[in-house]
Structure formats: C-alpha cells, structure tokens
Design a protein around this ligand. Sequence first.
Ligand code: SF4
Length: 306
Amino acid sequence: MLPNINTSKILQLRGQRAPVDPSSAPAIVTEIEEDSNGVPKQATTVFLIGKECPFRCLMCDLWKNTVSTPPPPGSLVSQVEAILPQITHREIIKLYNASNFFDPQAVPPAERTELGRLVKDFELVVVENHPNLVSGTVVDFAAKLEGRLQVAMGLETADATILAWLNKQMSIADYEFACGFLLEHQISVRTFLLLPAPGVEAEKMVEHTLASVHRALQCGSEVTSLIPLRAGNGVMDWLVEQGHVRLPDLNVVVETFRAALQIPRHKDQRVFLDLWNLDTLAAEDVDAASVCILLERWNLNQALDC
Ligand code: SF4
C-alpha cells in the first residue's frame, strides 16, 4: 500500500537548492547519439538555469538547480549566447530548463522566439515540456526552425495508479493525446520513463518498465529514454527509508535495458538508457566500469550484439 503523498509533503521534505546563478553560463554535456537514420551525431545538452517547474512530481530533483523567483528578463537568451561559441557542431542541441519550455512563466514568449532564432540551424532541437502544455505554440516554434523539433515529455510509467501517485498531474491519455498532436504536426517525441517507477516491487521492476516502453513505442515515441530511479530529493529518501520504494541496482538496470532493446520497434525508434548517474547504482559482484562501457555501446549501436 503506497502512502498518501501530496505537494505539501513533497515540499516539506525537500533540502536546499544548489547555489545556481541565471546570469552565468550554463553547464553543457556533449555525447554521441544515433539519429533516426542510424547515424551517430553529436548531441549537446544545455542545462539552462531558470524558474522552478510549477509541477511537484514526487521523484523530481530538477528543482535543485533552479531559482524560485523569475530570473532577470533575457537571462535564458544570455545563457545560450554565452555557451553557443563552445558548441562547434550543428547536429543535436537539447535546451533543458528543468521545467517546461512552453510554459510562459518558465520561458517568456519573446525569449522563446529568440532562443529559437539562436538554435535554428541545428539539425534537431530538443526541449522538455509537460504533456498538458502541448499546444499550437509548439507548432509555431517548430515552424521557425530550419531543422526538426523534438519535444521530450515524461510519461514516467504506463501504470495509471502509480502515475497518479507521482503527483505529475497528468494521465496516460494526456500523454497519448500530446503524442498524437505532435506527430500530426511532424514534431518528434522523446519520452522519459523511470526505471522503475517508484513503488514497484523488486521482482516486478523489469516487467513493469518494459510495459511502459511498449506503451511509449506504440504512441510513436521516436526516442524513449530510461532514467534509473534515484533518491536525493527529500521525499524519495524518506520513501526509501520507510521501505515504500526500492531503488534499482546495476543488475536490474542492465537486465531491463537488454530486454527493452529487444522489443520490436520501427526502424527510426530508439531506446536509450540514461547513464548520467550510473555510478551510484552499486551491485555486488559487478564490475561497474565494464558494465558502463557495455551500456554505452548498447546505447550507441541500439543492439546487443555489436
Ligand atoms: S514536470 Fe518534470 S520538471 Fe516538472 S516537477 Fe515533474 S519531473 Fe520535475
């Protein structure tokens, strides 16, 4: 039985934010990611510093690197202008603002237009957005880019009961509707799924996550990214301590990703494993460094036998 968790409890258990400064240049990470034609591309993620997301999802820790009040006008544009000279390719750019790109409180419309102008010559521009904030504004933004737009949305899990418990304030039908709308306008979908969703019993972690991958692929998600569940935001640590949530270990992550890559999918659909926090997933009798190399290869090749 999952305990009752609401926004007040999530906020009450939070720790401190990181001392981030919206007037400084943002951090970036560049990785190699296979595109929809199977070609390896450089993909740079820009971690924009902006206002905290108004949703309060139970598992979210992105608020740590945000500010609680609106940052100075134009600061998002200044951040991208400051970092662009360091990004020498024009392949994939991800503008991740730890919130919703099409929420005018997070990215004011005039700034959004300017951000689009700055990145319009990339082959693919990826932004994050809640499914319930998908509208014609997204289509207008996509029309001004020379390359393609991809909207990254957190489905998190295809289990309706757990999704409701996550305080995400959306349903699976909301995600499906958003996917349909975006695809109808030739806008690609990237889906974030938790591996596993909080509250899933240890013996069901693999099966549960695979069911969510199936659902995302059926909805036409071009990229489905598995995010290993982590604690560290306050409420997740409390849930782990109380025995309501089990975190995955490296063995579960490997088994799930191995099975996910074997799910039949359209040739332009890819399933990735997020490797950013993998070093925290200790498992007995596992050489974490070799496993990371293996998982990187699976990510890049989208197959197990290369
Ligand atoms: S919608 Fe995304 S950014 Fe906002 S609280 Fe939920 S997980 Fe975090």
